[in-house]
Write a protein that binds this ligand. Structure first.
Ligand SMILES: Cc1cc2nc3c(=O)[nH]c(=O)nc-3n(C[C@H](O)[C@H](O)[C@H](O)COP(=O)(O)O)c2cc1C
Ligand code: SF4
Length: 442
């Protein structure tokens, strides 16, 4: 492969990178101009042909999702930009918004032209005050310079973009929870179907896309779908459901590494390369015991699985739920997996919205059982009980409304399978690393 040049993060170290003048000096909004000269269907086809899959976690093909909108709908059609970035250890959307907000706005405008929407909402994670302010300043610049409003860049296309501050919960990132929250309600996910493309925000057709996905859209229109498809990993011939993993990807590296960072690389890099070449190696001269490939809801890769390619298909081959957000978290060999799994369970028990009994009760039970194990009162049969509870909850067994439940269950099943002997030794030793946390306390 030729030398890789970052594109999504190309501008972030420039002085004044968020300013419109600096963005325009780098050719900003030329891709939008080009898109406005194309028929919407041609823009959709360019994105479809690029092979772009959503970067928010599920990896759904972006252009294909856009085609699910009803044909010739009188409108309004909405674009809801998912900037909730609620998956732990994920921080690439924050960098994109703070350092290059116009790249995102250009991607949004191109997407709105493609899907015939005149109104977009950016749902920004509550804690991201700096991102919110950067986006608002960029939106204001666009309105003042004819890039947003009634006549976008002098065309007959009009577009309004509004910011919405999130409601500070993990579930706000689930697309229908996000829509409910945008409507001013609590972020309780909706039963699907209908999917948002048919009935979404204010019951109108809505596309929900992640920040990084929309930044990729801008790059695709600027450089062409073929450029995007020229990097990454083709579909796995042994997996008929794999649509390939193309384009550049932002990988967040955190946990027990010397140099936590966010890097842009072609899809398919391995966890070992990320840790050693970009994360500065495992800290304190230790070894990795486990690595989370893409947010804790994906489960764990063991030390022997670090050469797995981190594309949409790779992590599944080693028993993880998927690539998720590509937020790679390293756990060193001095860290107890009992503690790690307890933290995961505590997080999901706190974040379950409570609508579905298997998720509400399952996450709470798993948290309580792990609290007991960690406090030295566990029994070996608790491990099977944990797996049994985890196996009964989620969209995959068909018992819940949304995927939070699958994400809560996966690390439990996967950690007990891969690190069972460590859990057994811990229980048999009667070790008590901490006092139990009182029930209900988080
Ligand atoms: C519990 C839960 C939390 C989620 N959080 C986020 C999030 O913070 N940001 C995000 O983009 N997608 C999140 N998603 C995925 C969204 O539902 C949706 O698939 C995504 O925003 C679609 O955008 P994309 O196709 O561009 O990836 C979450 C999903 C679930 C089940
Ligand atoms: S699965 Fe959990 S988070 Fe999702 S809707 Fe049901 S209770 Fe809420």
């Amino acid at each position: 492969m030729a030398q890789f040049e970052p594109t999504l993060l190309a501008r972030i170290h420039k002085p004044d990178s968020p300013a419109l003048a600096s963005y325009r000096a780098d050719g900003g909004y030329e891709a939008l101009k080009k898109a406005l000269g194309m028929a919407p269907v041609d823009v959709i086809n360019e994105v479809k042909n690029s092979g772009l899959r959503g970067r928010g976690g599920a990896g759904f093909p972006c252009g294909l999702k856009w085609t699910f909108l009803p044909k010739d709908h009188p409108g309004p059609i909405y674009l809801a930009v998912n900037a909730d970035e609620s998956e732990p250890a994920t921080f690439n959307n924050r960098i994109l918004m703070e350092k290059d907000p116009h790249q995102l706005l250009e991607g949004i405008a191109i997407a709105c032209h493609a899907i015939k929407s005149n109104s977009a909402y950016i749902y920004v994670r509550y804690e991201y005050g700096r991102s919110y302010r950067a986006m608002q300043a960029a939106i204001d610049e666009c309105y003042a310079n004819g890039i947003l409003g009634k006549s976008v860049l002098g065309s007959d296309f009009s577009l309004d973009i509004r910011l919405h501050r999130g409601a500070a919960a993990y579930i706000c990132g689930e697309e229908t929870g996000l829509i409910e929250s945008l409507e001013g309600k609590r972020a309780w996910p909706r039963i699907k179907p209908p999917f948002p493309a048919i009935e979404g925000l204010f019951r109108k057709p809505t596309i929900v896309n992640n920040v990084e996905t929309l930044c990729c859209v801008k790059q695709i229109l600027q450089r062409g779908g073929d450029w995007f498809k020229s990097m990454g990993v083709p579909p796995d011939p042994n997996n008929p459901r794999d649509a390939g993993s193309y384009g550049p990807k932002l990988y967040c590296i955190s946990g027990h590494v010397n140099n936590p960072c966010c890097v842009e690389l072609p899809m398919g890099i391995t966890a070992r390369q990320l840790i050693e070449e970009h994360g500065g190696g495992v800290w304190k001269g230790r070894q990795a015991k486990a690595v989370v490939p893409g947010g804790i809801s994906m489960g764990f890769m063991s030390a022997s699985e670090l050469d797995t390619p981190l594309d949409f298909n790779g992590p599944g081959k080693v028993g993880c739920l998927g690539l998720g957000t590509a937020a790679v978290t390293v756990i060193d060999d001095q860290t107890s997996m009992v503690d790690v799994l307890f933290n995961c369970a505590r997080f999901f028990a706190h974040e379950s919205c409570g609508q579905c009994t298997p998720c509400r009760e399952g996450t709470a039970w798993m948290h309580k059982i792990l609290n007991r194990v960690r406090a030295g009162h566990g029994e070996l049969r608790d491990l099977d009980l944990l797996v049994e509870v985890a196996s009964s909850m989620g969209i995959i067994p068909g018992t819940t409304i949304c995927g939070l439940s699958d994400g809560a269950a996966w690390p439990i099943k996967n950690a007990i399978k891969k690190f069972r002997s460590e859990f057994e030794d811990y229980i048999k030793s009667g070790r008590k690393s901490v006092d139990p946390i009182p029930a209900g306390a988080h």
